[in-house]
Design a protein around this ligand. Structure first.
Ligand code: KG4
Ligand code: ZN
Length: 343
């Protein structure tokens, strides 16, 4: 049994967690920065980085104390090394390096996307490789075939905005504040999803790529038109995103023979998304797996778990491991217009 400390600070959540290779989360702590970023309607990188410097050391101490673990008890220290907001990424990575150095333990430089991609296996011991993963978060919207630890084939990505980004931008247009996903989901419950005609960009096209920029612009037009209730716009928008995710994933299911469909990332915390993808998997005769909601949004348990998976495969890193703003999971994937510009 290996014991891994996971550290995360690549966006606006500071997090630390202690995870074992037999899927036990001994302790974990996450501190978000929603209040700090709310006035700006989105994450301000400089504010995020400074907040991580203040928060992360206390979180490390808290989880170590809670679990009664000393640095000498660890098998390795896993820290997110990218992709993300570079100032923030450097905080957890350097904290991880310091701990690894002082305790004489190996460092594991984890790709944040790999954290999301492997997180379903922390919650679901029956989830074997390969699986088809819809990874939908604030910075990414991709369909990946997860074939093994460190073995990912990207089938599709977004050509403009990520799904979570569309939630955040639309919420801002509707004056719902940040983060937009949970706010839109709440308001959508009171609205009519058929009330506002909104586009489903790229739906029906052969390649399973995503696009959400046009949807956001349509939300803007609906918001200024002054004839729709906000709840109806929220519900119609959420339905449009769900329809896009379902259509694109259905397309990928015609390409991938993986027996299980998995959805992860912050947008997978959305109930409408979860149930629509579960239905889709059922319709295509595939198994379905989705992590619990706390494991969908950014956290350090998924980083510790990805560390445990890499550690078991003998994949550790030197102390010179770089912080990377951009770090695709599938380095061989074709460049798609607009893709990769987001962290
Ligand atoms: O995975 P995550 O925590 O951070 C990134 O790696 O980006 O994802 C955050 C994104 C945000 O855009 C947020 O609005 C969205 O996930 N999100 C949701 C929900 N909860 C978080 N989107 C829709 N419905 C939700 N309930
Ligand atoms: Zn994330």
């Amino acid at each position: 049994m290996a014991l891994i400390l996971g550290l995360e600070s690549s966006c606006d959540d500071s997090a630390a967690a202690l995870v074992t290779s037999d899927r036990v989360v001994l302790a974990q702590a996450v501190v978000g920065q929603d209040e700090a970023h709310r006035p700006f309607g989105g994450v301000v990188p400089e504010i995020a980085a400074r907040a991580h410097v203040e928060q992360l050391p206390g979180l490390i101490r808290r989880v170590m104390d809670e679990a009664g673990v000393r640095p000498a008890d660890l098998d390795a220290v896993a820290a997110t090394a990218g992709p993300g907001l570079i100032g923030g990424v450097m905080v957890a990575l350097l904290a991880g390096k310091g701990l690894a150095l002082s305790a004489g333990k190996p460092l594991i430089a984890v790709n944040h996307l790999e954290g999301h991609a492997l997180s379903p296996r922390l919650a679901d011991p029956g989830l074997d490789f390969p699986y088809l993963l819809l990874l939908a978060s604030g910075g990414h919207c991709q369909l990946l075939e997860v074939r093994g630890v460190g073995d990912y084939r990207r089938l599709a990505t977004t050509i403009d905005d990520a799904a979570g980004e569309a939630f955040d931008k639309s919420a801002k247009l509707l004056g719902l504040g940040y983060p937009g996903g949970p706010a839109i989901e709440r308001l959508a419950r009171e609205g009519d999803a058929r009330a506002v005609p909104l586009p489903r960009p790229l739906v029906g096209t052969a390649e399973p790529h995503f696009s959400f920029a046009g949807l956001k612009s349509a939300v803007q037009r609906a918001a200024v038109a002054g004839i729709y209730a906000k709840a109806d716009i929220a519900a119609s928008f959420q339905q449009a995103v769900v329809d896009c995710l379902v259509d694109r994933t259905a397309r990928a299911l015609t390409v991938s023979e993986a027996p299980t469909l998995v959805v992860a990332g912050g947008v997978a915390a959305n109930q409408a998304v979860r149930s629509a993808l579960a239905d889709l998997a059922h319709k295509h005769g595939r198994k379905f797996s989705v992590p619990p909601m706390w494991l969908c949004t950014d956290n350090a348990a998924m980083i510790g778990w990805a560390g445990a998976e890499r550690f078991a495969s003998g994949l550790t890193d030197g102390l010179e491991a770089p912080a990377r703003a951009r770090w695709p999971l599938d380095e061989a994937a074709d460049k798609v217009r607009g893709a990769g510009v987001k962290a």
